[in-house]
Design a protein around this ligand. Sequence first.
Ligand code: ME8
Length: 493
Amino acid sequence: MIVLEKFYITTAIDYVNAKPHIGHAYEKVIADIIARWQRLKGKKVFYLTGTDENAQKNSQAAKEAGAPIREFVDKNVEFFKELCKILNISNDGFIRTTEDRHIRISQDIFKKVLAKGDIYKGFYEGLYCEGCESYLTEKDLVDGKCPEHQKPPKPLREEAYFFKMSKYKDRVVKLLESPSFVLPKEKRNEMLSRIKSNDLKDLCISRKGLDWGIDVPSDRNHKIYVWFDALINYVSALDYPGGGKFKEFWPADIHLIGKGINWFHSVIWPAMLISAGIKPPKTILVHGYLTVNGQKISKSLGVQIDPVEIVKKYGEDSVRYLFAREIPFGEDGNFSEKALKDRLNNELANDLGNLLSRVVKMIEKSFSGNVPQGKVDGKLGKELNIERIEKYMDKFELHNALAEIWNFIRACNKYINEKEPWTLEGKELENVLYTLADSLRIISILVSPFIPGTSDKINEQLGLNLGTLRGVKFGLLKGGKIKKGGHLFNKVK
Ligand code: ME8
């Protein structure tokens, strides 16, 4: 029996205090591209996403909307599921932190950490930002406000449970010193200098007197701090500890997250896991933030774009392509409809769409739609640098991988212009059209992580099924019957 290598990738789980924004769409798409790439490599992938529902900010938003909290979160979760569907996200699991399995496992882990002697009761006096769902100190504030949410945090004075995080400082520093634990490396350095500069303090992990959240086991006056429960989603979704999925997929290969929640994932989460006797994840992969027309996404300032509307207008693959092509991974980037239209018209419709329709038309005309069994023209084959593409993909330089794939697509178009197949006949024509059809087969594989719907359409028109990375070699195409379809992309003004 062949045992496939496993690959477990997660996104952050989203707060459901409002509908999804474009940043949520971005994160799901990037994780999806990585998941699909790993499947192409032949790995058994589990891709998890989900929703973070026990937060105070969700219950606050429900109050403001005048809706019962459970109804409110149930309704909003559907928007996140719809987003996944409309973006053609291939997630294998979706976890909601209000599910019984998650509540039970969060409490079990709390008990484990308690039994280890790592939880004690104390008194918390300090600041709390509901936007971040995070305890802040005066040092974190800018002009008395949380810099992320532009609001003054609430003062808190209450009895609380604490996690002895300080005890794990050396172990977490050691993890952070391994080069691949947090990527990109600037994001790792930020965490290392933060942990080294201020002594890692114990973490307050409960809130008193709340009516929403998971009960601290055996003390119903307290709810478990929402970040403590939220992080546990990555193992509760695998049915930790006994579930087959946990045994098969843990530790996570990649936790993909935005830069604002790096500390929770790179420091707090590993400390919790070590305390509970669970292996830490392999890599925390940190992406930058999207702005909309150069401005920070903000509900109150009206700076937001509904990703569902955008997908309905331009198609999911245009949006997926833009995310991966426009923003170098790890950096902040801007979302603009202008950039989306430019890339859609030029790179998708002109370069890729035209290539397919030209080749399909010529095979229809000259060979009644039967792909001729010619010989590959090695000159065009040399224009594809698969090693370089693999290297970029494995380093998460998705924009560079796409640029490289597009170099090849443009080389194919140039090849048609130079060869002028309409002037050829016989063996020569067979070889040129075979080479182009085989190139499109290879292109369909390489673009499939990025624009899977388009890859399917290319294969449908060529009468093929999607191959794997092993199929990225010239000369593997065996005949086939062309089925002419519509344009891959329609240009927009
Ligand atoms: O942080 N651009 O949830 P969330 C790109 N529930 N990504 C962005 C972004 C932007 N403008 N704004 C936010 C939470 N994100 C927690 C996570 S995980 C155990 C709990 C990213 O709905 C953000 O960094 O505020 C995070 O990775 C994800 O979107 C969900 O953000």
